[in-house]
Write a protein that binds this ligand. Structure first.
Ligand code: SAH
Length: 221
């Protein structure tokens, strides 16, 4: 859990609770997820030019042609992971760091990987400004996972992949859950992968559109 926080007193608190209402209306039921959205100052994770839109339920442009994902899709992904507060989590594609912050509210130690060094740095700064507890962000190819800290109880992939990267299957702990958008560049299915022993069960949640996962086990750029 977060040691220090802005609290609901910052001037965006009302917008955040409106966003929580929208997510609830769209079917998000997990109270811990809704609470995390009500706590994390999303406006600190978006560029100044789009700050006035920070609490719309839409994806927004961040640096380097990437996007901060739509809050509904992030909330749905987190709900699918069914986090209870203790899990060791791997996040692939930290981007703005906003979903990293939500994960920090919902789980145990968070290990995030981001391919672009500039985004990793601005994510670190935003996480610090948002008073989120320390999380580790590695610059590198997240399709390889983060072997030093594996296995992970939960893995959240925030970029579109043609298939589940093999290293991520290996690094998911038995009993663990992974959420990943699987499909083409144009459209993907948000897929839950549950590991039981060495069996992996897949369930499709909804159609989504993410930027591509570029790397050895993702799309080749
Ligand atoms: N959850 C983030 C999503 C950012 S978009 C947010 O809401 O801000 C997806 C991110 O995945 C981009 O920042 C992109 O640079 C990153 N990415 C793409 N391929 C990657 C890879 N192989 N390893 C790590 N990050 C990757």
């Amino acid at each position: 859990m977060v040691a220090r926080r802005l609290g609901s007193a910052d001037s965006y608190g009302g917008y955040r609770s409106d966003l929580v209402d929208i997510l609830r209306e769209k079917g998000i039921r997990d109270l811990a997820v809704l609470r995390a959205v009500s706590m994390v100052p999303r406006h600190l994770f978006v560029p100044a030019a789009v700050r006035h839109r920070a609490y719309e339920d839409s994806a927004l442009p961040i640096a380097a042609g990437q996007t901060i994902s739509q809050p509904y899709v992030q909330a749905r992904s987190l709900e699918l992971l069914r986090l209870t507060g203790q899990e060791k989590v791997l996040e692939v594609g930290a981007g703005s760091g906003y979903q990293t912050a939500l994960l920090a509210e919902l789980a145990g130690p968070i290990f995030a990987v981001e391919r672009l060094a500039g985004l990793a740095q601005s994510a670190r700064e935003a996480l610090e400004a948002a008073l989120v507890r320390p999380v580790s962000i590695l610059v590198g190819d997240g399709t390889l996972g983060w072997r030093a800290y594996a296995p992970f109880d939960a893995i959240l992939v925030a970029a579109a992949s043609p298939e589940v990267p093999e290293p991520l299957l290996e690094q998911l702990a038995p009993g663990g859950r992974m959420v990943i958008p699987i499909g083409t560049h144009a459209v993907q299915e948000l897929t839950l992968v549950e590991r039981e022993g060495n069996t992996y069960r897949r369930t499709v949640a909804t159609d989504v559109r993410f930027v591509p996962l570029l790397g050895e086990f993702g799309f080749r750029s």
